[in-house]
Design a protein around this ligand. Structure first.
Ligand code: ADP
Length: 601
């Protein structure tokens, strides 16, 4: 998935995480009451943490009033202890409940992701990186746990206790209350600015981290190629550059945080700088008594400690914002439309009827129409980027057409279930998908209920049986990093899979068949076996290989330029003739003085 994580703060509320909490609340939509209970317990725990401050204040006022006694102090000490125990128990219960909710949210979120994946078109996967799916399903869902289990109750508690202190302060003396919060409000203003900045850097940080992950996955998978082509330095260079970018971002992040964190700490702990001189002045002016000043001294320090908790939440809120944006983009991805299901007709003639298609903005195919009789063959030829692969991929509904219709046996494919549609066709594309299962399992994906004999017959027809039995574990060989298959062997495994499936329609990317010159003869035999009696659609790259086919469609700029048999098209002196002549010229190129002539001439 190439999408970069992005998050643009839109308003001050956004910056402070307003939309993050709205999203988190959306995730817990099944348990709102339980979460409110957890928040309540969190708040109770947080407020009761203030008990020691309050008890010290009571003792101080008793001392000032000269009413202190040992039994009174013991009693206050005991009450303090009980309140602190209740505070811990309450915070613990809050955390336990929120973790239970978080576990259920994670399970539901993973289910929701899995369900969404069944509704998006196949093309959604083709244009995205598998590493990003893994990150979303494992890491991002894991991170939502922090949001639900910690951020919701902790943030409520982190705001509730300072609010209670503020109310008490205003109740005790509003002038001193204002003085107590001057430094704090400046610190909060700074935090707002820092949060906006940190959100930006957090966005860059996670984008860079995702890029590094993708690069590592890519490097691991292409390592053999890197070695073969002696591209070690280049590959290491790219990885090093990505690490350097990541390090620079971390340095930038730390740099910006050190500054703001320093100022925040200074301002938020500056209460005493204001409270003490003003408090003494007010006592001198007889606006304040000593007991109340002690109250403000104690609680302004308490207030500072609590607000530091809030500051530490900002980075986690920024991280949640990134994840939520990514999840939103995923859940908003276009889905396949569901049409009234129709049972396939059992016929396998294909019709493209005025098909137009757009990936994002520009129309890639416009009004393409052709028919392919059951058992006949059609090659798609044309310049690179003309739309041949897109036509082939519309057939299995990688995407749905924007206009017109594709029909198989007279039935619009949008009315066929994926199971029905995929049962009718096999593909041999350039991308080869092999699972880290045994060779037998990989072939049997074509038809899981196939017998051992049928599987072996398919492997023989695909010219891969001899190679498989030469392996120490034969068909039971697990395909993993230790088993090295050549490109041609992988292709023949895919062909064996398609032969075993024996679907009536076959879509073939001809490049697959000739990617491995040493195996060309064997591959050609395998392909010939595969295509026998099928309705065949071929994306053609070398004209010489498809001139025998029943029909050739010339695609240029997303339009059907010409359609007919090889000889008919040559006789037309049109686009196909130009392509054919270019092909012949390419086949008879010169190396030094020696002329190599292709067999088509
Ligand atoms: P061909 O197979 O003839 O080389 P394609 O069908 O691959 O042509 O591509 C046709 C056009 O569609 C090209 O301009 C290509 O860039 C564009 N295209 C192909 N795949 C995608 C995609 N997944 N998203 C957006 N554009 C695409």
């Amino acid at each position: 998935m190439q999408q970069e994580e992005s998050y643009e703060p839109e308003s001050a509320v956004d910056v402070m995480g307003g939309s993050v909490f709205k999203n988190l609340w959306g995730y817990i939509s099944d348990h709102p009451r339980l979460m409110i209970f957890s928040m309540f317990l969190g708040v109770v725990g947080g407020i009761l943490q203030l008990a020691p401050h309050f008890i010290v204040y009571l003792i101080a006022t008793d001392i000032i009033a000269d009413q202190i006694s040992a039994s009174h102090i013991y009693m206050l000490g005991f009450i303090c202890l009980v309140l602190v125990v209740i505070s811990f128990a309450s915070s613990g219960a809050s955390s336990y409940i929120s973790h239970v909710i978080a576990a259920s949210v994670q399970k539901k979120l993973r289910q929701k992701i899995a369900e969404k994946l069944t509704r998006v078109p196949l093309g959604f996967f083709a244009s995205r990186d598998s590493h990003d799916f893994k990150t979303m399903v494992v890491d991002d869902v894991e991170a939502v746990e922090d949001g639900v289990a910690h951020l919701i109750p902790e943030t409520t508690a982190a705001f509730a206790s300072p609010l209670v202190i503020l109310m008490l302060m205003v109740y005790m003396d509003w002038r001193m209350a204002i003085i107590s919060v001057i430094g704090l409000f400046s610190a909060f203003y700074l935090m707002g600015v820092a949060a906006a900045k940190s959100t930006e850097i957090t966005k860059e940080f996670y984008a860079s981290k995702a890029k590094m992950g993708r690069l590592m996955t890519e490097i691991a998978s292409i390592l053999p190629m890197v070695k073969i082509f002696n591209q070690g330095d280049a590959a290491i260079g790219r990885t090093t550059q990505s690490f350097m970018e990541f390090n620079q971002l971390i340095a930038k992040w730390i740099g910006s945080n050190v500054n703001t964190t320093g100022w925040f700490m200074l301002l938020s702990s500056s209460a005493l700088v204001f409270v003490l001189p003003f408090g003494l002045l007010f006592i001198y002016l007889e606006w304040l008594d000593l007991g109340t000043l002690i109250f403000f001294l104690l609680f302004s320090i308490g207030l500072n400690n609590l607000t530091i908790n809030i500051y530490s939440l900002t980075h986690r809120i920024a991280r949640q914002a990134n994840i939520h944006t990514k999840m939103d983009e995923f859940f908003n991805a276009a889905e396949l439309e569901i049409f009234e299901p129709v049972v396939p007709s059992g016929k396998y003639n294909i019709e493209f009827d005025e098909v137009s298609f757009t990936y994002e903005r520009d129309e890639v195919l416009s009004s393409i129409s052709f028919k392919l009789e059951q058992g006949s063959s059609l090659a798609l030829v044309g310049p690179s980027g003309a739309g041949k692969t897109t036509i082939a991929r519309l057939l299995p509904r990688f995407w749905d057409v924007n206009k017109g219709a594709i029909k198989i046996g007279g039935v619009d494919i949008r009315h066929m279930s994926y199971q029905d549609l995929s049962a009718q066709m096999s593909f041999v594309f350039q991308e080869i998908f092999l699972f880290s299962d045994s060779i037998a399992d990989n072939i049997k994906i074509g038809r899981e209920d196939a017998t051992e004999e049928e599987m072996i017959a398919a492997a023989k027809a695909a010219q891969i049986h001899d190679f498989i039995v030469s392996l120490p574990d034969g068909y039971a060989t697990k395909l993993n990093a230790k088993v090295n298959l050549s490109g041609g062997q992988k292709q023949r495994l895919c062909i064996a899979r398609a032969i075993l499936k024996d679907a009536p329609i076959l879509v073939l990317d001809e490049a697959t068949a000739f990617a491995d010159p040493e195996n060309e003869a064997e591959l050609q035999k395998a392909i010939n076996h595969l295509i026998k009696g099928k309705t065949l659609l071929v994306i053609a790259h070398r004209l010489s290989t498809i001139k025998q086919l029943d029909n050739i469609a010339v695609i240029v700029n997303g339009k059907l330029a010409e359609l007919g048999k090889h000889d008919e098209l040559l006789a037309r002196h049109g686009r196909y003739k130009d392509m054919w002549q270019a092909h012949i010229r390419a086949k008879s190129f010169k190396i030094g003085t020696q002329k190599i002539v292709g067999d088509d001439k």
